[in-house]
Design a protein around this ligand. Structure first.
Ligand code: GLU
Length: 304
């Protein structure tokens, strides 16, 4: 299939919609991003790559980073982590505190903020330098050693992250956070502040389309079983509170972030990254979702 032509058509289709949606402004450093940006990139398991628009421009990957920390935690011990975090869609906002009270500090899934805190806590327990461990994984997967944390974004979240602090302390009161809350959230704010572009992102998550193996090097990042499980979690919990609508319209495992990025996996075939900072009310990139819907409509690439 001529994927470059498909990307060109999508780019044409979305032009009248550019700038729609609302940039995440609860993180002050993200509030100033130009909402009319749009980039998209595809990496195939067979080694092809395609991109369009602002695909080379770095943005804040935010919650997409929760995949990297989950990979590190699953590789350590994929049994005991599930005593501390669930595997169900939450049906609530990604930063909601409500369920934690009546579910005794066990977050519904690893992709809502509370669940990601628990996963990052596990990474903090497993590595002397968790921030370096995350960055090393990202460097290996993307094969781009220039990727780094955006300190300005990390500080901005640190200064305004009262809700994350509240959530993490609350879980600690149930014994579900083992490390110092400040240290866990320092790692968490940094992972969210990873600055990457669409090309890096789609390349780095291609192993999820290839049974856990990086096609370019043959390295096994996680087992096939865990790669399948991660895709299942993305399909059911990866798109905030709009995960059902996303599965209905697009039908691919995906993970989004409030920076406007979305990564979608076509199992056995490719990884797709799209970025457009304007968000829908559910917190997903409005044009990113639209672009993925157009992609599926043009190519028929869906898991259903
Ligand atoms: N760093 C953001 C927060 O903690 C992540 C939100 C997201 O991308 O879902 O609110």
């Amino acid at each position: 299939m001529l994927y470059q032509q498909v990307l060109q058509q999508i780019f044409k289709d979305i032009q009248p919609l550019l700038g729609q949606g609302k940039v995440a402004d609860y993180i002050p450093a993200l509030a100033k991003i130009d909402p009319s940006k749009f980039g998209m990139s595809i990496h195939t398991v067979s080694g092809e790559k395609f991109s369009i628009g602002d695909a080379k421009e770095n943005f804040s990957i935010q919650s997409i980073s929760k995949i990297y920390t989950l990979v590190l935690a699953m590789a350590q011990d994929n049994v005991s982590i599930w005593d501390r975090v669930g595997r169900e869609p939450s049906g609530s906002k990604f930063n909601s505190l409500v369920q934690l009270e009546y579910e005794s500090g066990i977050p519904r899934n690893p992709f809502i903020n509370a669940g990601a805190h628990v996963i990052t806590d596990i990474v903090n327990s497993s590595y002397d330098s968790p921030k370096s461990a995350i960055l090393s994984l990202v460097h290996k997967l993307s094969q781009n050693l220039t990727i780094n944390y955006d300190q300005q974004v990390a500080s901005s979240e640190q200064e305004t992250g009262n809700r994350n602090y509240a959530m993490c302390y609350f879980m600690k009161s149930f014994g579900n956070i083992k490390n110092d809350v400040y240290k866990v959230l320092d790692t968490y704010f940094h992972q969210c502040a990873l600055a990457m572009n669409c090309i890096d992102l789609s390349k780095s998550l291609l192993f999820l389309a290839n049974e856990g193996v990086m096609p370019s090097t043959g390295e096994n990042i996680i087992s096939k079983k865990n790669s399948d499980r991660l895709n299942a979690l993305m399909l059911t919990c990866g798109m905030y509170d709009a995960v059902g609508d996303f599965a209905y319209r697009i039908g691919l495992p995906a993970k989004s972030g409030v920076g406007g990025g979305i990564v979608a996996i076509v199992p056995g075939e490719m990884s797709i990254a799209v970025w457009s900072p304007g968000l829908s009310t559910s917190g997903n990139s409005l044009l990113g979702t639209k672009a993925l819907e157009l992609f599926v409509n043009y190519t028929g690439k869906t898991i259903f």
